[in-house]
Design a protein around this ligand. Structure first.
Ligand code: KIV
Ligand code: ZN
Length: 512
């Protein structure tokens, strides 16, 4: 019988550490609900000591979800552990995840502690966490660059103090698969009391090896994989959930492991993360990229038509792609909309459905076929952004070969309508200038990108912007059949996210 690998999803914590990927509480709650539907065993919902906003989001998730374990991250030390416990205590299955660095370089330069002090701090913290809950995970940060025997000694002490999961992170994405597999084996063989404890791994993707390292670790005996959807996370990101899951699913002879993941939920989870964070999935990304199942070469197309398995090692349906592709249009009613939304992963309340239905009708008037990607945009704009400070009410632009581009914009700011006009070297520049004036903001536009959600000239244009103001960075996303409106929506979304960051400052220092 195959063994079980627990999936610990950290999209809401390490994933949120991707530059500009901060999410508000409503977005985190929505994503956590989808992660539970996907079947992840543990959701690391955030780092409650980092900010009031994160504390609130983690506690809302803990109160709402009933199946998944909810973990809160905490540095060693009473204050962080109290914050983590305060946020997760109402969960059906709470977990405290505490960590301290174990590599010589981190201990010397970052912690200014020697090995004995690190062991003592870890033991005190795990013991304290254990006095609050039975479910305690301990991580040795930068484990892959730590002295192996010291690592085993640290884990032995943490397990003795009550840790039920010990995690081996490759914090800086430095490990090579064979080396990382050997490290896991070494730890399991040289930590005397490790039996009965779940051994976990947490890999970063700096050398593009996070998935390979995670699989090598599972082969060596690790039974918890820490992952994120789309592989988002600090720097080059974390191990991607969908890659690990589909590798286990596709190669059971080599990796005879079971998970609780419902693979058909992978595609909608990936889209939701991209919608919420504004981080676009690269087209050639394994499993969830737009080209992952697209066959371009004639010889491949011919083979796939004769037998899909000639060039397809996985079926698109397995990750939830193409399931009954139903196209909606202006004659579609509320019932059809609700049922399609539910099929693609959104079970809306009546009130939420009303909001989305109104937007759906407006879109269907402009666009003949409303596809799943359009619906995702409507849900994201209609429901997830309800707490926005700035809302676009009206945009009118004039531009062309012989006129100075001009935009007149009406916004609602905290419910109060204001309007103004701006000029620029193009209609988008003009619209952005008018919006900046109205919102009294001075953000710098670091990146601007446009793509189409589908083929055809009536396709929705999807715009992503990256904004910087007073050292804060936020991504903004907007979609509309009109590319200038999409740009204005993306800019306003980015400004709203900056406002959110201003109101929810990160209190804990950057630690990884
Ligand atoms: O990368 C890392 O080491 C971490 C730990 C907190 C697990 O994210
Ligand atoms: Zn990490």
């Amino acid at each position: 019988m195959s063994e079980k690998v627990y999936i610990f999803d950290t999209t809401l914590r390490d994933g949120e550490q991707s530059p500009g990927a901060s999410m508000n509480a409503a977005e985190k709650l929505r994503l956590a609900t989808q992660l539970e539907k996907l079947g992840v065993d543990v959701i690391e919902a955030g780092f409650p000591a980092a900010s009031e906003g994160d504390f609130d989001a983690v506690s809302q998730i803990a109160k709402k979800l009933k199946k998944a374990e909810i973990a809160g991250l905490a540095r060693t030390g009473k204050n962080d552990i109290d914050r983590a416990w305060g946020a997760v205590q109402h969960a059906a299955k709470p977990r405290i995840h505490t960590f301290i660095a174990s590599s010589d370089i981190h201990m010397k330069y970052k912690l200014n502690k020697d090995r004995d002090e690190v062991v003592k701090t870890a033991v005190e913290s795990v013991r304290y966490a254990k006095s609050l809950t039975d479910n305690v995970e301990f991580s040795a940060e930068d484990a892959s660059r730590s002295d192996r025997d010291f690592l085993c000694k640290l884990f032995e002490a943490a397990i003795e103090a009550g840790a039920t999961t010990v995690n081996i992170p490759d914090t800086v994405g430095y490990a090579i698969p064979s080396e990382f597999g050997e490290l896991v084996k070494y730890v399991m063989e040289h930590t005397p009391n490790i039996g009965g404890t779940v051994v976990s791994v947490h890999c970063h993707n700096d050398l593009g090896l996070a998935t390979a390292n995670t699989l090598a670790a599972i082969s060596a005996g690790a039974r918890q994989a820490e992952v994120t959807i789309n592989g988002i996370g600090e720097r080059a990101g974390n191990t991607s959930l969908e890659e690990v899951i589909m590798a286990l699913h596709t190669r059971p002879n080599y990796l005879p492991m079971e998970t609780n993941i419902i693979t058909e939920e992978i595609h909608s989870s990936s889209r939701l993360v991209s919608m919420i964070t504004g981080i676009i999935v690269q087209p050639n990304k394994a499993i969830v990229g737009a080209n992952a199942f697209a066959h371009e070469a004639g010889i491949h197309q011919d083979g796939v038509l004769k037998n899909p398995m000639t060039y397809e090692i996985m079926k698109p349906e397995t990750i939830g792609l193409n399931k009954n592709k139903l196209v909606l249009g202006k004659h579609s009613g509320r019932h059809a909309l609700r049922s399609r939304l539910s099929e693609i992963g959104y079970d809306l309340s009546d009130e939420e459905l009303n909001l989305v239905f109104k937007k759906f009708k407006e879109l269907a008037d402009k666009k003949k076929h409303v596809i799943d990607e359009d619906l995702e945009v409507l849900v994201s704009e209609g429901i997830l952004r309800t707490a926005d400070i700035f809302v676009l009410e009206y945009l009118h632009v004039t531009s062309g070969t012989t006129v100075l581009p001009m935009a007149s914009v009406k916004l609602s700011i905290n419910g109060r309508s204001v309007r103004d006009a701006g000029y620029g070297n193009g209609p988008i520049d003009a619209a952005f200038n008018a919006i900046a004036k109205l919102t009294d903001t001075e953000s710098e536009l670091l990146r601007f990108s446009v793509s189409a959600l589908s083929g055809g000239t009536d396709a929705m244009g999807e715009v992503t912007v990256r904004l910087k103001e007073n050292g804060l960075i936020a991504l903004g996303k907007g979609a509309d059949p009109d590319i200038i409106t999409a740009s204005a929506k993306a800019y306003i979304n980015g400004l709203n996210r900056l406002e959110y960051l201003k109101e929810h400052p990160i209190q804990a220092s950057q630690f990884m």
